[in-house]
Design a protein around this ligand. Structure first.
Ligand code: MG
Length: 237
């Protein structure tokens, strides 16, 4: 789905990424809650290199748009159906890059924004192919509300990140707590995949993830960016 966001320089950007690469397990406190998240290959071990997975571009929705919990989920009659919010700092790639060094990595960022890596845990737990389906259902990637350029963001590795569910604070951390900082992430991702202009990298969620249900409103707020707010609806079967 097309999402057009304003940039801090007064222009707008329509996001049509060739890929969305996300990080798992990039905050220690989130790794420590692996027992409650309980999905495949999510243990309490600290990873030795960035843990990457993909989300498909059909997940993207803009600020104010609705996260839909698909009726499909009900058909499985899970004992504890659970679709979680995950507040994250995302970055948009500016240039076609491959194999960039950590020193050079930040020069290729168009800007930064808030992202909600919505995740269907039951599918993540049980699908034989792993996390693919649970991470890439339609509307499972709210993004925005604005793309802040590298000149306006301040130190991207020192931003407060907060998630609120129906006004209640549920996640609070600093991007300084990332296990793999942004230059290391870009260097590692670009060593594996050629990155294209408009590609999105989401840098992982801190602790405090939890379930979304019909009627909720979820907000991801990042210092120097703003608030990404989305309502949640369960699709009628
Ligand atoms: Mg995530």
């Amino acid at each position: 789905m097309d999402v057009t966001l304003p940039m801090t320089d007064g222009t707008t950007v329509t996001l049509r990424p060739s890929k969305i690469i996300a990080l798992g397990l990039n905050y220690l406190e989130h790794i420590r809650e692996s027992g409650s998240v309980n999905v495949q290959n999510f243990t309490d071990e600290v990873p030795e290199e960035p843990v990457l997975f993909a989300k498909t571009p059909n997940v993207l929705i803009g600020p104010g748009e609705t996260i839909i919990l698909p009726a499909l989920i009900e058909r499985y009659h899970f004992d504890e159906p659970r679709t979680d919010y995950e507040g994250e700092l995302a970055l948009i790639i500016r240039d076609r890059i491959r194999n960039v060094s950590e020193e050079e990595a930040l020069d290729h960022i168009l800007g930064f924004t808030c992202f909600n890596d919505v995740s269907q845990r039951n599918f993540q737990r049980s699908d034989k192919s792993g996390w693919f389906r649970g991470k890439s259902l339609d509307t499972f990637g709210p993004i925005g509300p604005v793309i802040v350029g590298p000149g306006e963001i301040g130190d991207p590795q020192n931003l407060r990140i907060r998630t609120r569910l129906n006004g209640r604070l549920v996640q609070e951390a600093s991007t300084s707590q990332m296990i793999f900082p942004i230059p290391a992430i870009i260097a590692f991702v670009s060593a594996n995949f050629t990155l294209e202009p408009g590609d999105i990298i989401s840098t992982g969620t801190p602790s405090g993830v939890g379930p979304l249900t019909d009627g909720d409103v979820v907000e991801v707020e990042i210092e120097n960016i703003g608030i990404l707010r989305n309502p949640v609806r369960a699709e009628k079967s």
